[in-house]
Design a protein around this ligand. Sequence first.
Ligand SMILES: NC(=O)c1ccc[n+]([C@@H]2O[C@H](COP(=O)([O-])OP(=O)(O)OC[C@H]3O[C@@H](n4cnc5c(N)ncnc54)[C@H](O)[C@@H]3O)[C@@H](O)[C@H]2O)c1
Length: 420
Amino acid sequence: MSDRTRYALCGLSARGIAVFAGPLAGRPGDDTSGGYTADGELVAVLDADPDRVRRYADAVGADVPWYAADSFGRMVDETRPDVVLVATPDHTHVEYALAALARGLDVVVEKPMVTTAADAARVVEAARRGPGTVRVTHNLRYAPRHVALRRLVADGAIGRVTSVELVWNVGAAHGNSYFRRWNRTRAASGGLSVHKGCHHFDLVSWLVDDVPEQVFAYGARNFYGAGSPHDPGAGLDAAARAEADPYRCYAPDGASDPSLAYRVQYPEPLSAYDPEIDVEDTYSAVVRYRGGASLAYSIQFSAPWEGYRLGVNGTHGRIETDLYYGAAPLPPAGNTPITYYPLFGPARTVPVDGEDAAHLGADGPLVADLFRPADDADPLRQRASSLDGAYAVAVGEAVWRSVADNRPVDLAELLGTVGQ
Ligand SMILES: NC(=O)c1ccc[n+]([C@@H]2O[C@H](COP(=O)([O-])OP(=O)(O)OC[C@H]3O[C@@H](n4cnc5c(N)ncnc54)[C@H](O)[C@@H]3O)[C@@H](O)[C@H]2O)c1
């Protein structure tokens, strides 16, 4: 019997291929993938779409048994995985995570851990009962820029953190894709303050090593859905409307990224102006942390450039950095350093390397730490727990609830006692 770890994957998604199936069994069109076959074995794939699993297995030349979405128990009984990897659409994570924990298995779940704080609390409680563990792949914790920032904060370079400012721009090319896929409904993704914002809320909580407590936010849908200023006209037929759509030049390209060829294939490309779109595309939020720090956060999903501006202030200084990625005319990722400004002394810059790989250089180190960890130590606490995942989801839910109700939302209201 092999001593390789046995993995079952729920969701042969683009992301599931990129970080789970690809490293274990191969990624179509990428000869450098499959680098962890000596460490782990992909023993089963559960997915709603058998054809996709067959095409994947053919493309990588692997024997990957397929199981239907309602066959989780049978999959576990027949293939005896040690670990369940979850990379299905967000609203289904809870089902597979709880089913795995009920069988005592470890779970690695893509962000967001789940789509509601109530489900997050259920997962935290199940993980606490053990013996199975939960790890959430909050990959931004592994990006070289964020590792450098975390080290500066942890080393006390700026003293006690007092406030954070984070402006995140999702470029139009990327942003419109969220509104053409399942991500565009609250029921499937929790809304973009959960689906996308969870990355940023986890990043800030981790950077400042604190726990979010209360949220106030404003938000709106300004670019997409019914009433969009960019909709070329409901009077046009579907083909003419699609042709005149100013976002059309940004359609996902399966040739440039082979994993995208395995995405959900809708019979017709979805329109970014459909009335079923019920999530916001613009938010401004303030978050208060237990230790007294606050975060001023904004995000929009149709910006002319993609990237972020981040400042972390403390009693003894400030750290700031900008990151641009995607299209010209801005510098590519990696060109902007981190600047450290001690309160009383000269500023210095900290260069950042290794950002040209996937997701700001985060995915390579994340995958290595998942499948071939250097050791058990996790000195920067990069391995996000179910509670970390729960806080990130709860802040995202608090954001859209605050927008809806025009009031501050306490996380304790959403998470109950699990966060105390
Ligand atoms: N960490 C990151 O940077 C990052 C990036 C992209 C996506 N993600 C996350 O990865 C996950 C997958 O996203 P994606 O955009 O790659 O997905 P996708 O649309 O490419 O694929 C979804 C897959 O799930 C399958 N599926 C649908 N419903 C199912 C069900 N009930 N049970 C089993 N399978 C089902 C589909 O057949 C498909 O194979 C999501 O949770 C997403 O939030 C994370």
